[in-house]
Ligand binder design. Structure first.
Ligand code: DAH
Length: 338
């Protein structure tokens, strides 16, 4: 029996040294350590051994079993290790490869100019308020001193949704909404989209405005010009000046059209300023006492100034864009220039 064990032991050592695959390792386990393996056979034939020799022989078989198990375990660990290494190598990422470039997005020129305007005025203490794009007739017209059937309604070609609901034609309705909510002192900007049935190279049915409103004691037209000077100097050129021309808006009295001295030719005359030295940039004026009254503000105590800036107009002037459509086509070749 001892010889049989010795022979098996040598066979086992030889087999283990020749194993190169997991399958072979698993066959090795079945042949030696499995239920029908040679070590189980040895155990079974222990019954044929003389009783006195049985414990000693049992011990020898056991030692053989432990030895076979150790060999099996050691080789299976080595194989796992090798497999892991091979996998790591296969899946290795070359971190020195240059990264794929991703194009960076940017802010639309209209957004940039809107932010610039907000920036200038918030430096003077203005808040920002946003009103609804679908507006009622009261806020868009009536309470701004534009009664129903008043001819000044013709100044703005309106998209009506229902009798009293419309797409706002101006951000001026925001003035009413602010004054309903807040009593003076008020200093607020109302940016937003507005809509008019109007379309050509410089007009679009949808465009953007920035309304400004200041209400406090002793506010005058001088305050308006002072603030607008700062605004145009920051947006166009530090040397430009403003000029106020009489105009008409129902919600301001007096009303003015604000021109800026031409930043292309410094006032000498060029095609941009149509050889006048001046460019019209926005409208404004002293808030009409009726508008203050319509919002429960006493015009004998308070006064206000208001202005409305066309964001497309400012953007087109600032960047020399001659067709408003370019701002809405979203052609990347155009947008990438900003
Ligand atoms: N709402 C006017 C428009 O769309 C622009 C405007 C003019 C706004 C004078 C004002 C203002 O606040 O005082 O044509």
């Amino acid at each position: 029996m001892e010889q049989r064990i010795q022979a098996l032991r040598e066979q086992m050592e030889k087999r283990i040294s020749e194993i190169h695959s997991k399958d072979a390792l698993s066959t090795f386990w079945q042949d030696f350590l499995g239920k029908k393996g040679s070590i189980a056979d040895l155990m079974k034939s222990l019954g044929t051994v003389a009783k006195e020799e049985r414990p000693a022989m049992g011990k020898v078989i056991n030692e053989f079993k432990v030895q076979a198990e150790e060999r099996y375990k050691a080789l299976s660990e080595t194989m796992e290790q090798m497999e892991l290494q091979a996998r790591n190598q296969r899946e290795a990422v070359d971190i020195t490869l240059p990264a794929k470039g991703r194009p960076l997005g940017g802010l639309h020129p209209l957004t940039q100019v809107k932010n610039e305007i907000i920036n200038v005025f918030s430096g003077m203490g203005f808040d920002v308020f946003e009103g609804p794009e679908i507006e009622d007739d009261d806020h868009n017209f009536t309470r701004l001193n534009v009664p129903k059937d008043h001819p000044s309604r013709d100044m703005q070609d309106t998209f009506y949704l229902e009798d009293d609901l419309l797409l706002r034609t101006q951000t001026s309705g925001g003035q009413i909404r602010v004054m309903d909510r807040q009593k003076p002192p008020i200093k607020v900007l109302v940016p937003g989209r507005v809509f008019r049935s109007d379309s050509d190279a410089t007009h679009s049915p949808m465009f953007h405005q920035m309304e400004g409103l200041v209400v406090d004691k002793s506010i005058t037209l001088c305050d308006l010009q002072g603030m607008l000077d700062k605004f145009v100097q920051q947006l166009f050129d530090a040397d430009v000046r403003t000029r106020l021309r009489p105009s008409y808006f129902p919600f301001t009295e007096p009303s003015v059209e604000v021109d800026v001295s031409c930043f292309e030719c410094a006032g000498k005359g060029c095609s941009l300023c149509k050889h006048t030295g001046w460019i019209e940039v926005l409208g404004g004026g002293v808030v009409h006492p009726k508008v203050l009254e319509n919002c429960g503000i006493d015009p004998s105590v308070y006064s206000g100034i208001a202005f409305g800036i066309g964001i497309e107009r400012i953007t087109m002037l600032k960047y020399g864009i001659n067709n408003i459509g370019l701002l809405f086509e979203n052609d990347l070749r155009f947008l990438k220039q900003f």
